[in-house]
Design a protein around this ligand. Structure first.
Ligand code: KG4
Ligand code: ZN
Length: 343
């Protein structure tokens, strides 16, 4: 790959780590000219979760169309791209390989720089797609289907992980509770919709505080508690779905808000950024904002389209990596996981 050209004017970003094929074009590191997402959710729904083999095949079918659409919407074409950023991991290996191979081919053909982005790093810096942004360092909470991670985000290139889930991720808990209740995958949107009409105090579901590692999370006990209560109640008649969803959601939100704010207090940091698919949850957005304000802190949430998987967020991180000369070699591989102390 050629030496990095600093400050690429048009950066193309590609994201294929899970079940969204996404591409975006970022102008001068700030203005998103296009942000295209082709979701496969309808394909995986009938299986009740993501089928990795199907995900990679659909990325392969969709990627050219999605990238071309991102270029057209940005008013450019392949010749107008100055650099490429691609998600390198963590994620589904077969899916990541599709994005990385495509990005490598295009970068080699055009002889432009290519950088590999960590998907979680992209989530914690996605807030920079918004007009209102925090200053470094801030506390970053990533809540998605695969992760519940707390970071101190030091700058665009580095963040320190200091808390994570020991079992289920927050989004995974929503998905599993939806399954228990016979609802569709993914569970988050439907559980939160039902919760709007329920009583959050109807059931006292447990909140795992984990006093020895107070910034870690655990949601599997909560899920089991919902399962036990559902089994008991189903013998007695129709399930009070709205109350179950509202009480479950309240337990998740309480833990996420309390741990994040106590981490902010512990580290003396007043700004908090929440990102990832679960960050679209309106109860979480309201609860975090309200409690942060009471403590004199400020909570930031990307717009929902930047919370769920997208390539705009990959472009933000990628832009700063390219400026720092962090480039991929031609034989670079993808990774499914990273050591826990690395972002
Ligand atoms: O970040 P994301 O799009 O993909 C991953 O990287 O995992 O997050 C997807 C997760 C799913 O588990 C989904 O159920 C959850 O985010 N989710 C929600 C909501 N919308 C999506 N969870 C709670 N409330 C929501 N409104
Ligand atoms: Zn994600």
């Amino acid at each position: 790959m050629t030496a990095a050209k600093l400050h690429p004017r048009n950066l193309l970003a590609i994201e294929t780590s899970c079940d969204e094929t996404a591409a975006a074009v970022l102008r001068n590191g700030k203005r998103l000219l296009s942000n295209i997402v082709a979701s496969q959710v309808h394909i995986h729904r009938e299986y009740g979760g993501i089928v990795p083999e199907l995900a990679s095949r659909h990325h392969l079918e969709d990627i050219l169309r999605v990238v071309e659409k991102a270029l057209i919407d940005a008013g450019t074409d392949r010749s107008g791209i100055d650099a490429i950023a691609v998600t390198q991991g963590p994620g589904l290996v077969g899916s990541l390989v599709v994005g990385l191979s495509f990005a490598k081919a295009l970068a080699i053909a055009r002889d432009i720089p290519l950088t590999g982005v960590n998907h979680l790093h992209a989530h914690v810096t996605s807030i920079f797609l918004q007009d209102r942004t925090p200053s470094f360092p801030y506390v970053g909470l990533v809540v998605s289907g695969g992760h519940t991670n707390l970071y101190i985000v030091k700058n665009f290139l580095s963040a320190e992980l200091f808390g994570q889930t020991r079992d289920d991720a927050a989004g995974e808990a929503f998905d599993k509770v939806a399954k228990i209740l016979g609802l569709e995958y993914p569970g988050g949107p439907i559980v939160s919709r039902l919760a709007e009409d329920g009583d959050p105090r109807a059931f006292a579901y447990p909140r795992a505080r984990l006093p020895k590692t107070p910034f870690d999370f655990s949601f599997s006990g909560l899920k089991t508690s919902v399962l036990t209560s559902v089994r008991k109640m189903s013998e007695q008649g129709p399930l009070p779905l709205e109350d179950i969803c509202a009480s479950f959601q309240e337990a998740v939100v309480d833990v996420l808000v309390d741990k994040t704010l106590s981490a902010a207090r512990h580290y003396g940091i007043r700004e908090i950024v929440v990102s990832g698919g679960v960050a679209t949850n309106s109860r979480l957005r309201a609860g975090m904002t309200e409690k942060a304000q009471k403590l004199g802190y400020e909570a930031y949430f990307p717009d929902p389209e930047f919370c769920t998987d997208n390539a705009g967020m990959v472009a933000v991180t990628g832009y700063h990596q390219i400026n720092a000369g962090i480039l991929l070699k031609d034989d670079a591989d993808v990774y499914s996981k990273l050591p826990i102390d690395v972002l």
